[in-house]
Design a protein around this ligand. Structure first.
Ligand SMILES: *[C@@H]1O[C@H](CO)[C@@H](O)[C@H](O)[C@H]1NC(C)=O
Ligand SMILES: *[C@@H]1O[C@H](CO)[C@@H](O)[C@H](O)[C@H]1NC(C)=O
Ligand SMILES: *[C@@H]1O[C@H](CO)[C@@H](O)[C@H](O)[C@H]1NC(C)=O
Length: 409
């Protein structure tokens, strides 16, 4: 989408407002690897101003969970990789759930616990061996507290768990990870929780800007590609990445496990060797993605499954390591002003009046890797899911044929 005229700009702002008001299904990943973020109290109106219904944390920061009490915003809290080992002990899992989840319910509506982040692609066999036992242990704790119907257990994977991702129909998991993923998918199918992937067309473009068409990664109007295996047409890389994961799951026999995209996004700034990291590309990627999600259409392979997407991230995070792009995935600067114009009206929110100085939260695993950006994001969740009993809601989420809101620019 190009904004060439005032009319197009007006249409864009109008449609962005529609996305936010009508869908009301937006969530955001709130990473805090920074020393200049506003106090969580002043983030509440910011999150509300962009129509966010769900926030994902990389820890269970008490300041945030308290600030958002009775806000109507759903939460995904995370249990950091460093805590996986001790979760094997059922007493410790129970204690963790009590003091990081149960104590905030029901005022703060925690709906998911993400156990670890991108564990399997760290190639740390001891850590990987702890993942499923930790998930099971935390789930058992929820069951014993009678919370398992309102809080579900999951974990987010880097897309590098895929060995083949192109064409999408050929998608398959890394051979060495397939047995573990099979057990994890079995867990999801038993408890009714979604399988989460972090998917970044940006990294595909950055590593191969001469071959990958910018138009294809930014949801532009180009002609796209045809998957020779399925005959399906793809007009953007995001759909292709998601369908590759669907194909891989199906190959292991888990066609009915719900898939959600726990992170995706585009940086507004990067180093000289980071092609495509500009405010305008970030605006196009995130703006087009949000319209796509609001339209409630699935992917070419799963046209009837809602896309549940979490865009990365709420704020630029100044203490993240790695290339410049890692510190510039935010939709907002620490003072609450937009990094680029996505059509949000945040005027008059008074951000920054409550002084910042938030400490770096300990739960987020700083990702210094070039292919991982794991400390914050924007979640776009399906409408009304939280009002249904969890298992039912999740399967409905996967299967729902939703009303289509069309945005043509
Ligand atoms: C992990 O192992 C896989 C398969 O051996 C390899 O392709 C990948 O580069 C490794 N990743 C890291 C972060 O070491
Ligand atoms: C944005 O919000 C401010 C303060 O609430 C309001 O005065 C202004 O009219 C709004 N602007 C637009 C374009 O809606
Ligand atoms: C803010 O952080 C600085 C540096 O860590 C510290 O010296 C100062 O006391 C902090 N201010 C407040 C209000 O917490």
């Amino acid at each position: 989408m190009e904004l060439r005229s005032p009319l197009r700009l007006a249409l864009f702002l109008f449609s962005a407002a529609l996305v936010l008001n009508s869908a009301s299904s937006l969530g955001i990943n709130y990473g805090q690897i920074a020393n200049n973020l506003p106090h969580p109290e002043s983030v509440v109106p910011l999150v509300k101003s962009i129509g966010v219904r769900s926030v994902k944390l990389y820890d269970a920061d008490p300041r945030v969970l308290k600030a958002f009490a009775n806000s109507g915003v759903d939460f995904i809290v995370s249990l950091g990789n460093e805590n996986l080992a001790r979760m094997r002990d059922s007493k410790q899992a129970l204690a963790w759930v009590k003091s990081n989840v149960q104590c905030y319910l029901p005022a703060t509506k925690i709906t998911f616990i993400a156990i670890g982040n991108e564990v399997l692609t760290l190639n740390d066999s001891a850590l990987s061996a702890n993942l499923l036992p930790a998930m099971e242990s935390v789930h058992a704790a929820l069951v014993s507290l009678n919370l398992d119907k309102q809080v579900a257990v999951t974990t987010a994977h880097n897309l590098a768990i895929l060995d083949v991702s192109y064409p999408p129909s050929a998608g398959s998991f890394r051979r060495d990870l397939a047995p573990k993923l099979s057990c994890i998918l079995d867990f999801h199918s038993k408890v009714g929780s979604p399988f989460l992937i972090n998917a970044y067309p940006f990294f595909a473009y950055k590593s191969n800007p001469k071959q990958v068409q910018l138009d294809f990664v930014l949801f532009g109007p180009g002609s796209g590609i045809v998957d020779q295996g399925s005959g399906l047409h793809y007009d953007n890389m995001f759909h292709a990445q998601v369908d590759a994961a669907y194909a891989a799951m199906e190959k292991l026999g888990y066609k009915n496990v719900c898939l959600q995209i726990s992170e995706t996004g585009w940086p507004s700034k990067g180093d000289a060797d980071e092609a495509g990291a500009t405010p305008d590309n970030a605006r196009q990627y995130n703006g087009n993605l949000m319209k796509l999600v609001a339209a409630k259409k699935g992917t070419p392979m799963r046209p009837n499954a809602d896309l549940n997407v979490h865009v990365f991230a709420l704020f630029n995070e100044n203490q993240k390591t790695g290339p410049t792009s890692e510190r510039n995935f935010g939709l907002f600067k620490p003072d609450g002003t937009p990094v680029y114009n996505l059509g949000f009206n945040t005027t008059g929110l008074g951000l920054g009046l409550v002084s910042g100085n938030s400490s770096v939260s300990d739960g987020g695993t700083a990702s210094s890797g070039s292919d991982s950006s794991s400390d914050g994001y924007l979640a776009i969740t399906a409408n009304g899911a939280e009002r249904l009993p969890l298992k039912g809601a999740l399967s409905i989420l996967c299967m729902a044929v939703s009303a289509v809101v069309a945005f043509h620019l």
